[in-house]
Design a protein. Sequence first.
Length: 224
Amino acid sequence: MSLYHHYVFPYLLDLAMASPALRKPRQRTLAPAHGRILEIGFGTGRNLRHYPSSIRKIEAIDPDLDLDRLSLPRMRHASIDVDFHHLDAEHLPFAEGSFDTVVSTMTLCSIPDVAHALREIHRVLKPDGQFLFLEHGRAPEARIAHWQDRINPYWMPLAGGCHLNRPIRQLVEEAGLAPQHVSNYYLRKSPRFVGYMTEGSARKSISSRGMIDGECGRAREDPR
């Protein structure tokens, strides 16, 4: 593990995740959370304050021990009890159909085998379970997507393996999860090459495509 990743990256990540522009999207994404909850990519624990007040416990995973110095103090002071595991999302040690809700925010970009991880999410969800996600990814405009592809090889080593150009909705659908009420927009006050957001939920048991907003054509900026 590089000195940069050990000493510098955790604080840069935490600063980025503290952006005020992410507060309302986090709250909207987490609002439907209920039942037994698994959060993948817990990171530095920035989601804790945005769960509904009814949530008293979650389970969470993250493989990066270097983030503990920021996440552990937040867990100790949170009103939510966190059962935390140092695990990667590609190999979840939970039984099939274990969770009512799985949460992923700004995480799918950095999982090495994201398709495998999404299949694992599908597996551990209950038959009527929901996957809640807030992710950045590939922009619909060709010019911006072109720059995402060009920048990506240089971005990844600096951003903890983060990919700028993953097609989030496509990956979710390919894992057998049906998107519901999904919206796409550019995050306010963020560079467009890193700020194209996919926000919403997906169901394990619904075969319809659901309500999709803003996936085609020129994306709007989040007005909310």
